[in-house]
Design a protein around this ligand. Structure first.
Ligand SMILES: Nc1ncnc2c1ncn2[C@@H]1O[C@H](COP(=O)(O)OP(=O)(O)OP(=O)(O)O)[C@@H](O)[C@H]1O
Length: 237
């Protein structure tokens, strides 16, 4: 099977320091693939390179095309979408306007209202709060808004940077349930997480990144039982 998205020997540098080194990974159509690893391992850097915000060496393919040198907007137009760690919502704008901004890259505007209705069906709390300023939402609601805004762009590959960051355990479970339901919609997902257990429970396949390099990979259901990972990342039980 040809991967819908792949990186081959990708290296990303800040000045002369390699933050990501010779990373190869693949996301098959309809899969959730997770990259787990400690603070500073290079997870955010990897996603920034994938969306084109950072330059990289190596090869990057999306749906059979080399995208490694494309500008961010060209990647977005091909329906790659990144939800950054800081969510980057417009706090003073309403929930509805934040969502509508997510659709700005779509040339065909005819389906925007339908997509908005679908997002509201998926996140009823956003519908209830559609006129409220985004800055007044709770942490969990803000993450839902960030996901909803990404869905407005009708992504084929959704890249999520630490969606569980700063959220209470119950909300984290809800967010991961939502992520799993997006896969069922046919969206492929590249999920970067420090919450290794929640990520591996949701994902199909996983990569472990340590100091910029992939040190382990495999089906998520195998990684979750791996003794080394249990000791290092999964809370020792
Ligand atoms: N703008 C930058 N300039 C220089 N070095 C950077 C920059 N951003 C990150 N780094 C370094 O690159 C390495 C990888 O950082 P990155 O943020 O990608 O890791 P991460 O796995 O996402 O960690 P975290 O979960 O803490 O965000 C770290 O050593 C970090 O200090």
């Amino acid at each position: 099977m040809t991967a819908m998205f792949s990186m081959t020997d990708v290296t990303v540098c800040y000045d002369n320091v390699e933050a990501v080194r010779n990373v190869s990974l693949a996301v098959e159509e309809g899969q959730i693939v997770t990259v787990i690893g400690p603070n500073g391992a290079g997870k955010t850097t990897l996603l920034m390179a994938a969306i084109g915000l950072l330059a990289s060496r190596g090869r990057m393919e999306f749906q059979g095309n080399d995208i490694g040198k494309l500008a961010v907007e060209d990647r977005v137009e091909r329906r790659l979408c990144l939800v950054p760690e800081k969510r980057e919502l417009f706090a003073d704008m309403s929930v509805a306007d934040n969502l509508l901004l997510g659709s700005y890259s779509l040339r065909d505007r005819s389906g925007v209202q339908k997509t908005l209705d679908e997002v509201y069906d998926r996140f009823p709390r956003l519908k209830e709060r559609q006129r409220q300023a985004a800055g007044t939402l709770s942490g969990g609601e803000r993450q839902m808004l960030a996901l909803g805004r990404a869905l407005m762009a009708k992504p084929k590959l959704l890249m999520l940077d630490e969606p569980s960051l700063g959220l209470a355990p119950l909300i984290v479970r809800e967010i991961f349930r939502t992520i799993a339901s997006l896969r069922d919609l046919g969206v492929s997902i590249l999920l970067v997480e420090q919450n290794a257990r929640a990520a591996l429970e949701t994902a199909d396949y996983g990569y472990v990144l340590e100091t910029g390099e992939v040190v382990q990979s495999g089906p998520a259901k195998d990684l979750i039982h791996d003794p080394r990972l249990i000791t290092a990342y999964l809370g020792g039980h």
